[in-house]
Design a protein around this ligand. Structure first.
Ligand code: KG4
Ligand code: ZN
Length: 342
């Protein structure tokens, strides 16, 4: 069928995202973030996020319609993140999307946030998403390795973090180094001029004994503890802490594990494509190491623009449009927010 005009709503964490697409054409992508409200707590506070979505959603929808230069009555379908994410935050988006769909008498599509991250690549107009592909999603809330055979019907979770997400590790290590939240960009700044090989921090779940059960899983809490111990020992000995070396070595440990496991999945499964997504993709060292190793292994690497990597409504709209074009029916209105959606 013709490419439908879809409005997508994303409220699973602290970003209120509203996007509008026509099929795989991006018309608008507007994001309001409550990040600053969480900064003084050192992390996202669920109740604060939910309240902020409530306040931001109306104006963000208006801004997206204006950016796309369409009116509400032009919208042919509504797509919304139904999970996984923060329960209260999700409920705001799901409630708003249902109200919109009912008022406009349009179909509604409940979408999985993680698959949405993969769907973002469709909007990168350089080339359509090719499948099968391995997708590595890394943000403050998730660290997952997916095998995508078909975006709308066949996405398999190969592995995920068994404790902290990669972005969360950046945030926690930044905090213990006395740096502000969010930690990713701060660690990047602190690492300038640092030696990534100065300290050999542990690479979680990469030992032979771990690989049997956790080949594609991640663990970052041991790394965080190792950084804390290293810094404590220095301080106890009255020696200065070489911040740039610690930051660069920590970042190297995270990047090394993320990229090696993603490349291993590509090689093991014979999938010559790797897609990156999530806010941690803002990390230049991650992109650099991924490019080097993908190149060496003959794997085509795709990294959507950062505005489509962080949480946004356009990726949700894009996945909704794909579902419609693949002939899938809408979701029954009874669906709810599912914070633990697999
Ligand atoms: O995808 P995102 O915007 O929101 C969700 O968590 O869903 O990702 C935010 C996360 C935060 O943990 C932040 O510290 C991390 O991405 N991040 C980075 C960088 N920029 C943001 N991590 C490492 N390096 C960066 N440059
Ligand atoms: Zn996300």
């Amino acid at each position: 069928r013709d490419a439908p005009l879809v409005l997508g709503i994303e409220t699973s964490c602290d970003e209120t995202g509203v996007g509008i697409v026509r099929g795989s054409q991006l018309l608008a992508n507007v994001i309001a973030s409550s990040m600053e409200e969480h900064a003084r707590y050192g992390g996202v506070v669920p109740e604060v996020a939910a309240r902020a979505h409530l306040e931001a959603l109306g104006p963000t929808i208006d801004a997206a319609l204006a950016e796309a230069d369409v009116s509400l009555s032009d919208v042919e379908a509504v797509a919304v993140t139904s999970g996984p994410g923060l329960a209260g935050a999700l409920m705001v988006g799901v409630g708003a999307a249902k109200a919109l769909a009912l008022a406009l008498d349009r179909p509604i599509y409940a979408v999985n946030h993680l698959v949405g991250h993969v769907g973002a690549d469709i909007l990168d107009d350089a080339a359509p998403l090719e499948t099968p592909t391995i997708a590595l999603l890394v943000s403050g809330g998730h660290t997952s390795l997916l095998l995508v055979r078909d975006l709308v019907s066949d996405v398999e979770l190969l592995g995920e973090t068994i404790d902290d997400a990669a972005g969360e590790a950046f945030d926690k290590v930044a905090r213990l180094l006395g740096l502000p939240y969010p930690g990713g960009p701060e660690i990047d700044l602190a690492a300038i001029g640092g030696d990534p090989a100065a300290i050999r921090f542990p690479r979680g779940l990469t030992q032979p004994k771990d690989l049997a059960a956790h080949r594609y899983d991640f663990s970052f809490s041991g790394l965080k503890t190792a950084v804390a111990r290293w810094v404590e020992q220095r301080e106890a000995a009255g020696e200065p802490v070489p911040l740039a070396d610690v930051a660069a070595s920590f970042r190297e440990a995270v990047v090394d594990v993320l990229v090696s496991k993603a490349i291993a999945a590509c090689t093991d499964l014979g999938v010559p494509r790797l897609l990156l997504g999530g806010g941690v993709v803002a990390n230049a060292r991650l992109r650099e190491v991924a490019e080097q190793r993908a190149d060496a292994a003959g794997i085509a690497l795709r990294i959507p623009p950062l505005s489509l990597c962080t949480d946004n409504g356009a990726m949700i709209a894009a996945l909704g449009a794909q579902l419609i074009m693949a002939g899938h029916g809408p979701s029954a209105l009874g669906f709810g927010a599912d914070s633990t959606l697999p």
